[in-house]
Design a protein around this ligand. Structure first.
Ligand SMILES: Cc1cc2nc3c(=O)[nH]c(=O)nc-3n(C[C@H](O)[C@H](O)[C@H](O)COP(=O)(O)OP(=O)(O)OC[C@H]3O[C@@H](n4cnc5c(N)ncnc54)[C@H](O)[C@@H]3O)c2cc1C
Length: 394
């Protein structure tokens, strides 16, 4: 039997794959998207109701074209679908001036963000602890803390972004196969063959956007460079949810004195979870998405409440409403991978996570569609090359 033939096949329909599928189908290509689960789902990296977005990308100026273009696409998607995908809340990055803790690989993230904002005309302020308390009386910064404040920042709704792009892709003619695991692919001189548990498909081009499972799909030499780290998302009960709505409460990225002190609190959209979302980050233990523990222990919840939350904010009760595990795919320099496959330009590889990819995902999808359909990306993706993973030791 001859395998079905497409212009482009996208493997993995999370944040990046849904965006790539939408963008490729919008351009009139015949496209097939395949996912092993039912996206949006809670087993990968794109769930949890909200994702922070900001314009001054302290991780590096080379991210700016992606976040700017993504903002345009989110607005376009909101207009087409009538769904709210973004809530403006403002955002605060709080840190002491001399912390040794890095955030997404960068030291002194307050200064880095303010520098990028200043150079690119992004409205912002740097405020001291007294001003933070004055504006947000629930927050309890120490005297030495100061904050970068960006009024135009806010939160995206990841599940809705994914659903919207998959719906629009389907409407533009894309075929979508859910609950089907891709087991391999073979890129030849004239086409790519993709094999799944249920069959095989052929295409001119392939986009691999498998999130935390990406290491299973790249050549062995690149695998140690894609480390998967289990994270936990918590929702705690608020004394008054009105104090945490996006109109009055910003997202807060709080960088402490050490990596383990990182803490973040999110504004709670009215139609979201009835609790306040909190996260921390850990990078010391690696896992595999098929064997990771999805259970959240009482010790973990206690650590989140007593060590990280209580000293920093009022207004939250020690009552856990929900907890979900989520996965970071982390490269050694904590930057993304967006590149052609080392062995074939017919295959584009996208691992844009390390905990900060969602805000860029709409434009990354567009970039992946360009790589597949035009043979090159419109934005500079040289910083995201896969070659830098080749020498990583396990
Ligand atoms: C707790 C947490 C908080 C975060 N906070 C932020 C934030 O505030 N702001 C921000 O910008 N970013 C944030 N991020 C990062 C951001 O969410 C990720 O960069 C992004 O979601 C990654 O998307 P993805 O498409 O690579 O992965 P996913 O969305 O997980 O998609 C991968 C898909 O591939 C599928 N798949 C895998 N293997 C196969 C296979 N063999 N066959 C078929 N399908 C397959 C999976 O089922 C999955 O649906 C956060 C991440 C986490 C975990």
């Amino acid at each position: 039997m001859t395998a079905e033939h497409y212009d482009v096949i996208v493997v993995g329909l999370g944040a990046m794959g849904a965006a790539a599928l939408y963008q490729a189908s919008k351009r009139g290509a015949t496209v097939l998207g395949i996912d092993r689960f039912e996206p949006p789902h809670t087993l990968g990296s794109s769930h949890g109701d909200t994702r922070i977005t900001r314009s001054a990308i302290g991780e590096g100026e080379f991210y700016l074209p992606f976040v700017r273009r993504s903002d345009e696409i989110w607005r376009e998607l909101e207009a087409i679908s009538g769904r709210a995908l973004f809530h403006r809340s403002g955002g605060l990055i709080i840190a002491p001036p001399s912390s040794s803790a890095t955030f997404h690989g960068e030291g002194d993230f307050v200064t880095a963000s303010a520098r990028v904002a200043g150079r690119h005309g992004i409205k912002h302020e740097v405020i001291d602890a007294e001003e933070i308390r004055l504006r947000h009386p629930l927050l309890k910064p120490r005297e030495i803390d100061r904050a970068y404040y960006e009024p135009g920042a806010g939160v995206l709704r990841p599940e809705r972004c994914i659903v919207t792009q998959l719906d629009l892709a389907r409407g533009a003619g894309a075929s979508i196969r859910k609950g089907e695991k891709v087991t391999g692919y073979d890129a030849g001189a004239h086409s790519v063959t993709v094999t799944s548990e249920r069959g095989s498909y052929r295409a001119d081009k392939l986009i691999l956007s498998a999130g935390a499972w990406m290491a299973d799909l790249v050549p062995e030499a690149y695998r140690p460079g894609l480390r998967v780290c289990r994270q936990v998302i918590y929702w705690f009960e608020a004394e008054d949810m009105r104090a945490f709505r996006p109109e009055v409460f910003p997202w807060v990225i709080w960088i402490g004195d050490a990596l383990a002190d990182f803490w973040s609190v999110f504004p709670a959209p009215r139609d979201g979870v009835d609790g306040v979302k909190l996260v921390t980050e850990q990078y010391h233990t690696s896992t595999h998405p098929d064997s990771v523990s999805r259970d959240v222990t009482a010790e973990e919840a206690d650590d989140m409440y007593y060590r990280l939350t209580q000293p920093r904010i009022d207004g939250l009760r020690n009552s856990l409403i929900r907890a979900e595990t989520c996965l970071y795919t982390v490269t050694p320099d904590e930057h993304f991978v967006i590149d052609f496959h080392p062995d074939s330009e017919r295959v584009a590889v996208a691992s844009p996570c390390s905990g900060h990819g969602f805000k860029h995902s709409a434009a990354i999808g567009e970039t992946l569609a360009q790589m597949a359909l035009d043979g090159k990306a419109a934005f500079d993706i040289s910083a995201f090359n896969i070659a830098r993973l080749a020498d990583v030791q396990e």
